[in-house]
Design a protein around this ligand. Structure first.
Ligand SMILES: C[S@@+](CC[C@H](N)C(=O)[O-])C[C@H]1O[C@@H](n2cnc3c(N)ncnc32)[C@H](O)[C@@H]1O
Length: 203
């Protein structure tokens, strides 16, 4: 376990309350009708667990083992059939068409290859299954925020566990082969991790 993984886990845990304030209402709405088997990629400290309906089979894929203690603690208060693994989102080791939904919040900015990761997530979703996401994305081109995201990227990537603030995740989702993609954009005013997208990609 590296020092940076430990540092990032502490930082994330410290920001959990702010996350509930910033994203709580959107998460309640997005996750309300989940059922069956749900894979969550990069659950971090388990900050989404309080928003999930009871009775789900939940598979968390969290490569940073330093996060697992936080997740286990949150799982103790939840009626979920839960499994926690370290497989990365781009190589889940799950069968084709085997899950009802995948959750990704603030993770697609960090995966090494977003197109390959979306291919893998689409592979494991059953036909009609949904990828539910909240992600921060690149700002409009030729804006000061866009230039700032480009400039700070190397430093940000180093201190924020591989996060790229200027990733065009919405465009990647649109061309990842899903049968439909619904995306809303919103701003929380926290550069460089702004604007955000929230939505659903259906297989
Ligand atoms: C910014 S945190 C977000 C955590 C949580 N989803 C949230 O909304 O607070 C990014 C998370 O993605 C995880 N992560 C990074 N690369 C990953 C990968 N390739 N596959 C799955 N998770 C990954 C990190 O360990 C971290 O927990």
């Amino acid at each position: 376990m590296s020092l940076s993984q430990r540092f990032f886990a502490h930082t994330l845990a410290w920001g959990d309350d702010a996350q509930h304030r910033l994203y709580g209402d959107r998460k309640r709405q997005l996750f309300a009708d989940l059922e069956g088997t749900v894979v969550e990629i990069g659950p971090g400290t388990g900050v989404n667990l309080p928003y999930l309906p009871g009775g789900l089979r939940w598979i968390g894929l969290e490569p940073n083992p330093r996060m697992h203690g936080y997740i286990q603690e949150r799982l103790e208060n939840r009626d979920l059939d839960a499994t926690l693994r370290t497989d990365p989102a781009q190589d889940t080791d799950l069968p084709d068409d085997s899950v009802d939904a995948v959750i990704s919040t603030l993770v697609l900015c960090s995966v090494p290859n977003v197109a390959a990761t979306l291919t893998e997530l689409r592979r494991i979703l059953r036909p009609g299954g949904r990828l539910l996401f909240i992600e921060h994305v690149a700002a409009e081109t030729h804006t000061p925020l866009c230039w700032f995201q480009h400039g700070i990227r190397p430093l940000w990537k180093a201190v924020a566990d591989g996060c790229r603030p200027d990733r065009r995740t919405g465009a990647h989702l649109q061309r990842a082969g899903f049968s439909s993609v619904a995306i809303d954009r919103f701003h929380i005013g926290m550069p460089p991790v702004s604007p955000h997208i929230v939505g659903t990609a259906t297989k």
